[in-house]
Ligand binder design. Structure first.
Ligand code: IMP
Length: 170
């Protein structure tokens, strides 16, 4: 399958640094819990946390929506929930890509039942065009209109996660 670089590694690094600085300013004096949605988020998550300069805690959720196709099945399964207790905590939900929004909606509904003090969303990539659930991204790295993306943690059938750039499959 042919791949074209869409967002080079250096540009990703710069943008993630900016997001880390902004989050640190916005959450100064608090100790947020950053929640990564596995697996696609791993590269972004680590780079973001390392760009932050305030005390924080981390946890992970694993959900599955995509089988082996390029469109959301709409059926979201929670494969791993939180380990931390997040009641009255400030949560930052960290996601790789928001496409239809169905995955995030499901996870948000689940998190709200745990009565956190606040929940904000930080996504690396917003694919607005295909949104089915109105979800506001509080922090967003890049907006992309079309195409299926791989690299920097993003996969197609579990392939290409290792690529350092974000590429579009052609
Ligand atoms: P949504 O439920 O349609 O918003 O899909 C969100 C999830 O689908 C993301 O967390 C990704 O794992 C996956 N996904 C959506 N678009 C892409 C893409 O272009 N490349 C790789 N994974 C994607």
């Amino acid at each position: 399958m042919d791949k074209k670089v869409l967002i080079p590694r250096e540009r990703i690094r710069e943008r993630v640094q900016e997001l880390g600085v902004r989050l640190s300013e916005d959450y100064r004096g608090k100790e947020p819990v950053l929640i990564g949605i596995l697996n696609g988020v791993v590269f972004f998550f680590v780079e973001l946390v390392m760009a932050m300069s305030i005390p924080l805690r981390i946890d992970f959720i694993k959900a599955s929506s995509y089988g082996s196709s390029m469109t959301s099945s709409g059926k979201i399964r929670l494969l791993k929930g939180l380990s931390l207790h997040v009641k009255n905590q400030d949560l930052i939900l960290v996601e790789d890509i928001v496409d239809t929004g169905l995955t995030l909606k499901h996870i948000l509904d689940n998190l709200r039942t745990q009565e956190p003090a606040s929940i904000k969303i930080c996504a690396l990539i917003d694919k607005k065009e295909r949104r089915k659930q109105p979800i506001n991204l509080d922090y967003c790295g890049f907006t992309v209109n079309e195409g299926f993306l791989v690299g920097y943690g993003l996969d197609f059938n579990e392939q290409y996660r290792y690529l350092p750039d974000i590429c579009v499959i052609e």
